[in-house]
Write a protein that binds this ligand. Structure first.
Ligand code: COA
Length: 153
């Protein structure tokens, strides 16, 4: 494999990234991942989300953002054929450094209870599994939103 470059995700990456997520992250996708919403996210969290690129192809992603006090990471993903080579670690480390650069020293992730790869990865990164918290989600009263969003995060 050629060298892997980690760089900030750009609006122009959207189509390639979304195609990648169809392979890696289908269950976690929702209407919040449409082009318009992702562009808004990147705009609100400039330079924090990262992609991994090799031979001009995007092979990994991490969305990173914060609300001014805590960081949140979504869509940590690497294409299957590039896994267990430390690429997710590089992406997450870069995202956490960028968050720290904005003064955000604590970051949360969500993972499905049956996602052993995700849990193994975040544990290896030093994330502590919380046993004291449930996640409650609220959907604004909009039937269309409920139909599309299902159980994603
Ligand atoms: C989770 C994911 C991003 C890991 O990507 P990766 O590039 O293979 O991860 P890395 O090579 O950086 O792994 C670093 C460490 O994480 C841990 N880890 C990674 N994959 C793991 C797995 N499947 N099971 C258990 N631990 C794992 C290991 O400790 C690993 O170090 P090692 O390879 O020296 O043992 C990848 O499997 C993926 O895209 N999965 C589908 C999407 C997903 O579930 N994302 C997580 C959402 S919470």
């Amino acid at each position: 494999m050629s060298e892997v470059q980690i760089r900030a995700m750009l609006n122009e990456d959207y189509d390639e990234v979304f195609a990648m997520w169809q392979i890696t992250s289908k269950r976690a996708l929702s209407q919040a991942d449409r082009k318009e919403e992702i562009e808004r996210y990147l705009h609100r969290n400039k330079g924090l989300s990262q992609v991994a690129v090799t031979d001009g192809k995007i092979i990994g992603t991490v969305l990173a953002g914060h609300d001014g006090r805590r960081g949140y990471i979504h869509h940590m993903a690497v294409l299957p054929q590039y896994r267990r080579k430390g690429i997710a670690k590089k992406l997450a480390t870069t995202a956490l450094e960028k968050l720290a650069g904005e003064g955000i020293l604590k970051t949360h992730i969500f993972t499905y209870c049956d996602n052993s790869a995700g849990q193994g990865f975040w544990s290896s990164m030093g994330f502590q599994k919380r046993e004291d918290i449930f996640v409650y989600s609220y959907e604004y009263d909009n039937e269309k939103l409920s139909e599309v969003d299902g159980n994603d995060i």
